[in-house]
Design a protein around this ligand. Sequence first.
Ligand code: NAG
Ligand code: NAG
Ligand code: NAG
Length: 277
Amino acid sequence: MESGEIHGSDKKRRRRCFILAVAAVALLLIVVAVVLGVTLSQGREEFKDTFLERCQKFKGYNCEHIWELFQQAYVNQDPCEVPPNAYDALIAATPLESSCNRLLFWSKTRDVVQDFARKNDCFQAVEETLLGSVLNSLTWCGKKGSKETFTTDCPEWLDCENNPPRSFWKRVSAAFGDAACGNATAMLNGSITVPFDSNSIFGSIEVKRFKSPRVKNLNVVLVIEKNSVTNCTNPSLQNLVMVLDKGISYNCLEVPRSQIKECGSDPEKPCGACWWQ
Ligand SMILES: *[C@@H]1O[C@H](CO)[C@@H](O)[C@H](O)[C@H]1NC(C)=O
Ligand SMILES: *[C@@H]1O[C@H](CO)[C@@H](O)[C@H](O)[C@H]1NC(C)=O
Ligand SMILES: *[C@@H]1O[C@H](CO)[C@@H](O)[C@H](O)[C@H]1NC(C)=O
């Protein structure tokens, strides 16, 4: 009898313990879910905020409308099945001013170009155009069955061909190539054995959009560093000349990286004076 009572209250205590444990775990799960949910939706809100904030630095555009067109390219899509032309409406809504002699193309020289073009008003890289600057170094994607923009769990650049950022950069680069006129400048990397890569965005898209007689010259600036292995006689540059539209003339200059750096920090220098003596 006595042992039965003890046994009974033991059971009760155990059940109470069990209920408490379940409640604690449930509460913990709810807290985790709420925190995670808030963080995720904050990530998404942050993405839109960044987009609008960067867009509003450009005067005279309806940034909410640009955001809507941007989203339409990839929301509710498989994040590996967004082709470059998904961005056609977005590109059409943000036409580039045709920009003679100023456009700066680059391949494998991101480090030097981004710094240079930002400081130097003579040249504009695609990262200084409205869409280029808004989306520079961002990642985004959609998911089937959702109207949201995601910034995590998105495919990486190389994971699949038609991921949203990669297709965007291809599409905007095609438009940037179309805007070239007069002298186009390309900064290529003299520290690698193949400075002109025909599979790069520059080699596979931009160069092919240069049309004579709108584009008169392509000036290649081969960035030379101490460990440079290349000069203007590099065979890959012959391939570049071969794919250029007939009628566009070609020049190549070997320019030390230090000289480009100096030039970027001197706003008084006349355009072109960075490398033409
Ligand atoms: C050229 O390529 C090398 C090797 O990838 C890299 O270390 C260097 O920073 C690049 N140069 C420029 C100017 O970006
Ligand atoms: C265009 O490039 C040529 C060399 O190809 C150069 O002599 C000329 O000064 C450049 N013109 C402008 C406006 O940049
Ligand atoms: C250019 O590079 C090639 C191959 O590395 C070398 O043989 C040649 O002497 C270089 N030319 C000049 C002018 O530096």
